[in-house]
Ligand binder design. Structure first.
Ligand SMILES: [Zn+2]
Length: 451
C-alpha cells in the first residue's frame, strides 16, 4: 500500500492523504486548507480521476477547507464522514468561503453537490466503499475525542491489512467528549504529531484555574473577554462555566452574564446539543440530572451584527461585569476584535487567552505582554489584564499520543504527519522508547510513498 501526502507533511495545516490501492484507484483522507505561514495556491495539483472516495476525519478547516476545490477539479465520488460531521461540514465551508465574493459564489455552486456526495456513517460500523473495481475495501470510524464528530478511521484493505489514519486526536480527561480509545489492532498507522514534543498542563485542574482567574478578574469589575475558536474550545469553556455556576450558586461567578457573540459558534453549540449522544458519560449524566451544560440560564447568545455593536458600545460605557466569548481565537478577525479595540485600553478589562497564539497574530502580541497591539493597522493601547489559561487544547499531547500508539497490537509501521519537523522527531524518539520492531517514519523526511 502506498500513502501520498498532499499536505500536513511537515506542518500542521492542509491535511490531505491519498491511500493508493492500485494504479487506478485511490481513496483520499481529508482535504484541508493550508493556513498561516503554510498558505499556498488552493488549486488541486494532483490527478483526481483515480480518487474514488473522500473520507473526512473531522470538520476543522485544515482538514476540509479544500473540498470545494476538489469538487471544482471534478471529484464526484462519495464523501464519507460521521453523522455529526455531516451536519457541521456545510456550515464550516460556508463560513470559510463567505469572506470573498468569488469564493461565496463557489460555495453556492458546490452546495448541491455536497448534499448529494456526503454519506453519513455511524461510529463503530464497517462501511463498504465501492471502488468500481474488484478491490474489497471498507472503513470504520471511531471516536477521536477532538471535536464533535471527530473520528480516526480504520481502513480494511484489499490485501487483508488494517491501516489507521488518526485524524486529529483529542486529549484525555476533557469533560465534554469521550477520550479516544485506540484500535485493538492495526498493521500500520498514520498519526498526527501536533504536540509530539509537548506535555499539556493538567487538563483536570483547568476548571479550578478558570475559577481563580474569574474571581480575580471580577474584583475590579469590567468585562472578561475570551477569544476562542467557534468549534470545540467554545463549547468546552461553556461546559466548564456551567459547572462553576453550579458549584458556586451564591458567588459572583454565578451572577455574571455569559455572552456568546458569534453566529457560527452559536450554530456549532446547537449541533453539540443536538448530538449529545456523542458526549462523555460525565456530560450525559448532567443532562439526566436536569442540567443544561451548553444552555444555562446566564448564557446569552448574540447573532445579529447590530446587537453585537450595541453590546460593545454598552460595555464600553458601563464597564459592567460580563464574560464575552467570541472568535477569532487569535484575534486575527471576527467580532472579538471590536471588543478588543473598545476595551483593551481599560484597565478593568481582563482577557483570558485559552488557545495557541501563532506568531504574527495580535493574540501573540497580547500573549507576549506588548503595550500596543495592532489590529488591521489600528494601534490599540493595552491596559487590560492578560491571563494565560492552559488546559483547553483540543489535541492529545506527547504522552497521550505515545499511549495511543503503544496500545495497538500488530503494528509494523508508523508514519508521523501533521506536525512541525521538531515535533515529529521528538515523538519518534518517545515512541522508540516504548515500541520494538516497529518502523517509525517522519512524513517530513520520507519520499512521498509509503511501501
Ligand atoms: Zn482538528
Amino acid at each position: 500500500m502506498d500513502v501520498i501526502h498532499h499536505g500536513a507533511k511537515d506542518g500542521v495545516t492542509g491535511s490531505c492523504h491519498e491511500l493508493v490501492l492500485d494504479f487506478s484507484c485511490s481513496v483520499l483522507i481529508d482535504c484541508g486548507l493550508f493556513q498561516g505561514n503554510e498558505s499556498r495556491d488552493l488549486t488541486i495539483e494532483f490527478d483526481v480521476s483515480n480518487i474514488k472516495a473522500l473520507v473526512v476525519t473531522h470538520c476543522h478547516v485544515d482538514h476540509i477547507g479544500r473540498i470545494p476545490w476538489l469538487l471544482a477539479a471534478g471529484f464526484r465520488g462519495p464523501i464519507y464522514c460521521t453523522q455529526a460531521s455531516a451536519a457541521l461540514l456545510p456550515i464550516v465551508l460556508e463560513d470559510a468561503l463567505k469572506v470573498h465574493f468569488s469564493s461565496r459564489r463557489m460555495f453556492d455552486a458546490i452546495k448541491p453537490l455536497l448534499s448529494k456526495q456526503i454519506v453519513p456513517v455511524n461510529y463503530n460500523v464497517k462501511q463498504v466503499v465501492p471502488l468500481n473495481s474488484d478491490l474489497p475495501f471498507s472503513i470504520r470510524f471511531q471516536q477521536a475525542g477532538h471535536i464533535l464528530g471527530s473520528a480516526y478511521v480504520e481502513c480494511f484493505l484489499p490485501n487483508g491489512e488494517v491501516g489507521v489514519f488518526s485524524g486529529d486526536l483529542g486529549p484525555s480527561n476533557t469533560p465534554l467528549l469521550p477520550d479516544p480509545i485506540p484500535p485493538k489492532f492495526a498493521d500500520w498507522l498514520v498519526i498526527e504529531s501536533t504536540y509530539g514534543s509537548k506535555v499539556h498542563e493538567d487538563i483536570a485542574s483547568r476548571r479550578v484555574r478558570l475559577k481563580q482567574v474569574l474571581e480575580k478578574s471580577l474584583q475590579d469589575g469590567g468585562a472578561i473577554l475570551i477569544p476562542a475558536f467557534s468549534i470545540g474550545r467554545t463549547q468546552e469553556l461553556l461546559f466548564d462555566l456551567e459547572q462553576l455556576i453550579y458549584e458556586l450558586p451564591k458567588s459572583e461567578v454565578a451572577r455574571i452574564p455569559v455572552v456568546l457573540d458569534s453566529p457560527l459558534a452559536n450554530k456549532f453549540t446547537e449541533s453539540y446539543r443536538e448530538f449529545r449522544s456523542l458526549w462523555s458519560k460525565e456530560a450525559k449524566e448532567k443532562i439526566i440530572n436536569g442540567r443544561h451544560p451548553l444552555d444555562f440560564e446566564q448564557l446569552v447568545t448574540i447573532n445579529s451584527h447590530k446587537k453585537h455593536l450595541a453590546l460593545v458600545n454598552r460595555i464600553k460605557h458601563s464597564a459592567e461585569p460580563v464574560i464575552v466569548i467570541a472568535a477569532s481565537g487569535m484575534l486575527t478577525g471576527g467580532r472579538i476584535v471590536d471588543y478588543m479595540k473598545a476595551l483593551l485600553a481599560d484597565e478593568r478589562t481582563d482577557v483570558l487567552l485559552v488557545g495557541y497564539q501563532a506568531k504574527g497574530t495580535p493574540g501573540r502580541d497580547l500573549f507576549k505582554g506588548r503595550p500596543i497591539v495592532e489590529f488591521n493597522d489600528e494601534s490599540v493601547e493595552v491596559k487590560a489584564q492578560i491571563h494565560k489559561l492552559n488546559g483547553y487544547s483540543a489535541h492529545a499531547d506527547a504522552n497521550e499520543l505515545t499511549d495511543f500508539v503503544s496500545k495497538i497490537d500488530g503494528l509494523k509501521k508508523v508514519r508521523l504527519i501533521h506536525g512541525e519537523p521538531k515535533s515529529q522527531l521528538k515523538l519518534k524518539e518517545r515512541l522508540l522508547e516504548v515500541l520494538s520492531n516497529v518502523d517509525i517514519e517522519l512524513a517530513c523526511e520520507v519520499p512521498n510513498i509509503m511501501n
